[in-house]
Write a protein that binds this ligand. Structure first.
Ligand SMILES: [Zn+2]
Length: 150
């Protein structure tokens, strides 16, 4: 290994350590939703699958209806298990994780709770329309941040 490649190896190592540190701080910043996510995961066993997508852990479970995004964890219903078929759903949930990083400890209040109430109202109190679900601010934001076009 020459000097250049040695220096390059040190550089890569430093970058990885910086990334680890940044990810650690981000995890703490989003601690309420991360802890809630970990607790919810306990109830989702046995998982259909578990995979990393864009640095986020996506768990597919038959016990989940729809989808939820809690910090570094996304839980999706079995009907969305294929990332290729359900890429809009996967990217939409990724959009929520970007809001989680942005709002940190306020995420559950500003995004989480309103979106859960909305999901419950939609189809019960509010009459469904074409893509109407994604017109609510929490969902519109997730689509935009996840790069989803509807
Ligand atoms: Zn959503």
């Amino acid at each position: 290994m020459g000097l250049n490649s040695h220096l390059f190896a040190i550089y890569i190592n430093k970058t990885n350590n910086m990334d680890k540190f940044k990810n650690f701080l981000l995890y703490i910043w989003q601690l309420p939703q991360n802890l809630l996510g970990l607790i919810m995961l306990l109830f989702m066993k046995p998982y259909v699958s578990k995979e990393n997508y864009k640095g986020i852990t996506y768990v597919i479970s038959k016990k989940m209806s729809g989808g939820i995004s809690l910090g570094n964890y996304v839980i999706l219903s079995n009907k969305y298990k294929s990332k290729n078929v359900s890429h809009k759903t996967w990217d939409h949930e990724y959009g929520h994780t970007r809001d989680s990083r942005l709002f940190g400890p306020l995420y559950l209040i500003v995004i989480g709770l309103p979106s859960i109430i909305w999901a419950w109202m939609y189809g019960t109190i509010i009459k469904p329309t074409q893509n109407g679900y994604y017109k609510f601010y929490t969902e519109k934001r997730a689509d935009r941040l996840g790069g989803v076009e509807r």
